[in-house]
Design a binder for this molecule. Structure first.
Ligand code: SAM
Length: 463
């Protein structure tokens, strides 16, 4: 069958599945356009054996066949998908196998393979393990590893892939992007960083429209190489675009998606030169808890003031809108001793001076760039300005600029919201923060451009 016809029929099969089954088994097939691109990108030797252990209707298999590969294998738990793939792809080595519950040895045997394969590819299911979604094995150590590494079927699939692939062989999986930074996945991430070679990471953005979050293509080699560089790519206008190379040993846990060498250079400079906000400000940072009808809600906050109440002069709290969008950046105000509801992130510190200084830093272009790129890992989705992210922001107190920042913040609290003078004051604030953090002119230009590309016109201070 011709590949476009195959793709159409595969979509029809996917649509025919019940929504509940799709969700419980994580059935969202990769379109052949993307699977073709991934296989071309991987540049696998033409005689290599390739296995997709959760192959669904076989979009990766048919793409590989189309590109001239013929040593192809697939398995899936869904009989309908396996039948479809066998019938329409002309590849016979496709079997109904639970490749997550069974160990690699058993899966290989069931597929009729005597040895491990050269390459494992695919898009495993992303489903949290629960009382309804289980992995049926008595292998206590395997289950424990999966549980400790985030308890999700895609985590099980990565562990199983190492049981299926030869030493030195490759694994390339589409997985959720938050694998790179969410702490629940830390154990597997650290295992990969310390014991395997991470060849490349492609940032796909929110590619799968019906799947929550964003996705990456993670490509690994089943070996360790001490001087490995990870290659970072993004997906733009249908192409994989090379961004930068970062030594694997630069990362000890979280993996940040650097867009280019500038990002990497600025990150290193800020991270190595300054302490984090969480190390300096040790007061409460977390959601508001008040149920009072007078409590301030996130939507009542605007940059440096409130929509419905005046900014207090004394106290020790900042209120930050908990919903963070890259288009608007941080929206926060000095809040004195007021109460906040749960749509607000409350920051408390010793006194009003420190609060106003931090408020100035939070609104700066530098801080929003840092948050977007390095705390939210370049996500374009709506995020939460939660304590765990805010605490990572580098904080420097420079006696020369501390009082200047505070007086600009006070000015912004007292003049008309978004008048010309207001925009000018925000721009002054940006410049002082750049100066405080020793950001060079070249770096400023880069950060300004990057933030303007993402922020809405409304916040473009050069009016
Ligand atoms: C996200 S879909 C991707 C399918 C295919 N690799 C693709 O990219 O189009 C995940 C697939 O995993 C299969 N699956 C779920 N649990 C499985 C298991 N325990 N063993 C084998 N396959 C499984 C589902 O049936 C589904 O076909």
């Amino acid at each position: 069958m011709e590949i476009t016809e195959y793709s159409k029929k595969s979509k029809e099969y996917e649509t025919s599945l019940l929504t509940a089954k799709k969700k419980s088994d994580g059935i969202y097939y990769t379109d052949v356009d993307l699977s073709l691109k991934i296989i071309k990108f991987l540049n696998i030797p033409i005689n290599a054996s390739i296995l997709d252990p959760c192959c669904g209707t076989g979009n990766f298999i048919i793409s590989a066949k189309c590109l001239g590969y013929n040593n192809l294998y697939g398995s899936d738990i869904d009989k309908g998908a396996v039948d479809f793939c066998k019938k329409n792809s002309g590849v016979s080595n496709i079997h109904i196998v639970d490749s997550l519950s069974n160990s690699g040895d058993i899966v290989l045997k069931k597929i009729g393979l005597r040895e491990k394969v050269d390459f494992v590819i695919g898009n495993p299911p992303y489903v949290p393990i629960s009382k309804d979604i289980t992995i049926n094995t008595f292998d206590y150590l395997f289950l424990r590893n999966v549980k400790d590494s985030g308890s999700n079927l895609f985590i099980a699939a990565i562990y199983r892939a190492f049981e299926l692939v030869k030493v030195g062989g490759g694994i390339s999986y589409i997985i959720p992007k938050n694998f790179l930074h969410v702490s629940a996945y830390s154990i597997l991430r650290r295992f990969l960083l310390r014991e395997k070679r991470i060849r490349s990471i492609i940032d796909l953005g929110a590619y799968f429209k019906n799947v929550r979050g964003e996705q990456i293509v993670l490509t690994l080699a089943n070996e360790y190489s001490p001087n490995n560089n990870i290659e970072f790519f993004s997906y733009r206008q249908g192409e994989f675009v090379a961004n930068t190379l970062v030594p694997q040993n630069f990362f000890s846990d979280e993996i940040l998606l650097f867009s280019n060498v500038y990002d990497f250079k600025i990150y290193k400079k800020l991270k190595s030169s300054y302490k984090k906000l969480g190390d300096i400000c040790t007061g409460y940072v977390g959601r508001g808890k008040s149920k009072s009808p007078n409590a301030i809600a996130g939507k009542n906050i605007r940059k440096f003031s409130f929509k419905n109440v005046p900014v207090p002069s004394n106290g020790n709290k900042i209120f930050i809108q908990n919903i963070y969008s890259a288009e608007a950046g941080i929206i926060a105000s000095f809040a004195g001793n007021m109460e906040a509801s749960e749509t607000v992130t409350v920051f408390t510190d010793g006194d009003e001076k420190m609060c106003r200084y931090v408020l100035g830093v939070l609104h700066s272009r530098l801080c929003n760039y840092y948050l977007m790129r390095f705390c939210f890992n370049g996500s374009k989705l709506t995020m939460h300005a939660d304590a765990k992210y805010l605490k990572k922001i580098p904080l420097i107190i420079n006696t020369g600029t501390f009082t200047k920042v505070i007086s600009i913040v006070k000015l912004l609290e007292n003049i008309s919201y978004m008048c010309n003078e207001w925009y000018e004051a925000v721009e002054d604030l940006n410049n002082i923060i750049y100066e405080t953090y020793n950001i060079t002119i070249e770096e400023r230009k880069y950060i300004d451009t990057q933030v303007r590309l993402i922020q809405s016109e409304k916040w473009n201070y050069d009016k």
